[in-house]
Design a protein around this ligand. Structure first.
Ligand code: AMP
Length: 176
């Protein structure tokens, strides 16, 4: 991505104060999604985080990771695998719990979605505390995938989320 493209993409992210609850500054990606040029910049930027390595599958995290992840899979000629919130996947799953600000959440992946040694690019819209992505990495590791990069549109660096992701290479197009 060129510096002017990074700036244009940043201009397409809307800050919404106190959503979904007081004290949270929500990064709203819908203006960038709704603009064809910005969506192209974002998906190309995410695809470039593969660094030219062969990627067998994109793993997208429910739900905004699906939007970008599917487009990146198409660009790279890779398959797409959804990690979903509990209770949505119909086949045999691996499941992982993680803590949210209030309470617990669980995400799942189909056991046969990734084969041993397959090269994986994980895609989500935003890295905050890293709890979701850390749980996703555990699921992928359990079924044998090798993560090439965990790639986000946005990283809230002040929350230190990447420290929860161990040795996995973490990349973000925009950092706050
Ligand atoms: P976390 O597990 O804390 O890294 O949270 C990551 C998930 O929560 C991402 O998939 C985001 O979609 C969502 N999220 C967390 N904080 C924000 C925020 N400030 N703005 C927009 N989305 C957020």
């Amino acid at each position: 991505m060129r510096p002017d493209e990074i700036q244009r993409l940043a201009d397409g992210i809307r800050d919404v104060q106190d959503f979904p609850k007081p004290g949270i500054l929500f990064k709203d990606i819908t203006p960038a999604l709704g603009d064809g040029e910005l969506f192209e910049i974002a998906t190309r930027g995410l695809a470039e985080t593969a660094g030219g390595a062969r990627i067998d599958k994109i793993v997208g995290i429910d739900a905004r990771g699906f939007i970008f992840g599917a487009a990146v899979a198409h660009l790279l000629g890779a398959g797409f695998v959804p990690i979903r919130k509990k209770g949505k996947l119909p086949w045999a799953t691996e499941i992982e719990s993680y803590s949210l600000e209030y309470g617990e959440a669980e995400i799942e992946i189909h056991k046969d979605a990734v084969g041993p040694g397959e090269k994986i690019l994980v895609v989500d819209d935003l890295l905050a505390t890293g709890g979701t992505a850390a749980a996703a990495l555990k699921l992928i590791d359990r079924i044998g995938g090798e993560v090439v990069s965990v790639s986000f549109l946005i990283e809230l660096a002040f929350l230190d989320g990447r420290e929860r992701l161990g040795d996995a290479p973490v990349q973000a197009l925009l950092t706050y």
